[in-house]
Write a protein that binds this ligand. Structure first.
Ligand code: KET
Length: 417
């Protein structure tokens, strides 16, 4: 009997999976040898020379760490570096948060934002009574689907993006949240929605909170871009803080990848906030104890370096102020690229409207380009973006914005004529 390999994992059992689209795109970009190539794929900040930017404040913190004779490489506690997690909680919830004052929050350091979403998903899958459905915006960050499916929570979507206005489908969203069974989990992007760049207005957040309250829904905030949307940390956390003020029980996945430029260091935090009440401290103690058990079995304890850097900055007034300045540099450059791209497209009289580029906010713009147009841009102009037409605004700079605008103009004119 001939057998090619001895394995229990036949193609039926382990079919070949497609490459991750975003990381696949990154690899294709790296391989491209054309000088004109432009990377508008992954959401990572680039400076005006299209280079990764080590934040000056991160360099400073890194120097302090390296020169600290007390630095060692011991394990962190299961919940992570406490001075980091407590500062992270103050950053996102607000230093004067009633939830912090009433000791009804718990925070665990995680493997960046992805790890935080996962820990939350795992906890909810294990402990939320009745196995509720998780509702995502349509569209959302692609990994949300995978992470929640992995823990076997049922998933569904709510309308979010209106193709006609390239803005929010507010009525559709509100209706779907109203119609969702009570106690559903509603995943919300705290700010700078990925991939659309479309956020709710304050009035809409308030109305959403009221609909969610009426239906006893559970908000799960994914916050990967605090400080990136507006350059103002408090402004970008406003929606989440409003929900906490309204007395919601909720959780937050917080990433420091983008706002510290610590992508590879995997610094993040998961926060659980229970509602106010006489028993809330006991509740949060119980929840924290189970989260610690889950964390122990998943990663044992989180990676230290990135959290140490962030912690130094978050806990030092002068470094914190410098960080805010660095955030304004990044968000400011992105906003100026929005203006430049829109301006060029309008100048070229590219068919369609382009106001959405400056109306949208954060790391991404959802251009409205079709998959066909996206592929054509890759093939003919060596411009890389995800198939849904999302562009990472940070990939644009004063040197390439005109080239990109002209390429988009050409593709749109060719495909619409
Ligand atoms: N949430 C959202 C909404 C998000 O866009 C990302 C990353 C993350 C969480 C996780 O980031 P982490 O590095 O684990 O802290 N988004 C970019 C990178 C990626 O997909 O991994 C992106 O969409 O390009």
């Amino acid at each position: 009997m001939s057998q090619s390999t001895s394995t229990s994992f036949s193609a039926d059992a382990v079919p070949k999976a497609p490459e991750d689209p975003l990381f696949g795109l990154m690899a294709a970009y790296r391989k491209d040898t054309d000088e004109r190539k432009v990377d508008l794929g992954i959401g990572a900040y680039r400076d005006d020379n299209a280079k990764p930017w080590v934040l000056p404040v991160v360099k400073k913190a890194d120097d302090i760490l390296r020169n600290d004779p007390a630095l060692n490489h011991e394990y962190l506690p299961i919940a992570g570096l406490s001075e980091f997690t407590s500062a992270a909680a103050r950053l996102i919830l607000g230093a004067d948060s009633p939830a912090i004052a009433e000791n009804r929050t718990c925070s665990l350091q995680t493997v960046s934002g992805t790890g935080a979403v996962h820990l939350g998903a795992l906890f909810l899958a294990r402990f939320y009574p009745g196995k509720p459905t998780v509702y995502f915006s349509n569209p959302t960050w692609a990994n949300h689907n995978q992470i929640f499916s992995n823990v076997h929570l049922p998933i569904a979507t709510y309308p979010y993006f209106s193709k006609s206005t390239k803005g929010l489908d507010w009525e559709g969203m509100k209706q779907a949240v109203t119609d969702a069974p009570e106690h559903s989990i509603i995943l919300l992007h705290a700010c700078a929605h990925n991939p659309t760049g479309v956020d709710l207005t304050k009035a809409q957040w308030k109305e959403l909170a009221s609909v969610m309250k009426q239906n006893s829904h559970f908000p799960f905030f994914d916050c990967a871009y605090q400080g990136f949307a507006s350059g103002d940390l408090a402004k970008d956390a406003w929606a989440l803080r409003y929900f906490v003020e309204q007395g919601f029980e909720l959780c937050v996945a917080q990433s420091f990848a983008k706002n510290f430029g610590l992508y590879g260091e995997r610094a993040g935090c998961f926060h659980f906030v229970t509602g106010p009440g006489t028993d809330s401290q006991n509740t949060i103690t119980r929840i924290a104890s189970q989260l610690a058990i889950l964390q122990r079995s998943e990663i044992s304890n989180p990676p230290a370096y990135g959290a140490r850097i962030a912690s130094l900055v978050l806990n030092d007034q002068a470094l914190f102020a410098e960080w805010e300045e660095n955030l304004r540099t990044m968000s400011g450059r992105i906003i100026s690229m929005r203006t430049a791209l829109r301006g060029k497209l309008e100048e070229l009289k590219t068919p369609g409207t382009w106001n959405h580029i400056t109306d949208q906010i954060g790391m991404f713009s959802f251009t409205g380009l079709s998959e066909k147009q996206v592929l054509q841009l890759r093939e003919t102009a060596h411009i890389y973006m995800t198939k849904n037409g999302r562009i990472s605004m940070a990939g644009l700079n004063t040197r390439n914005v005109e080239y990109v605008a002209k390429a988009i103009d050409k593709v749109v004119k060719e495909t619409s004529s």
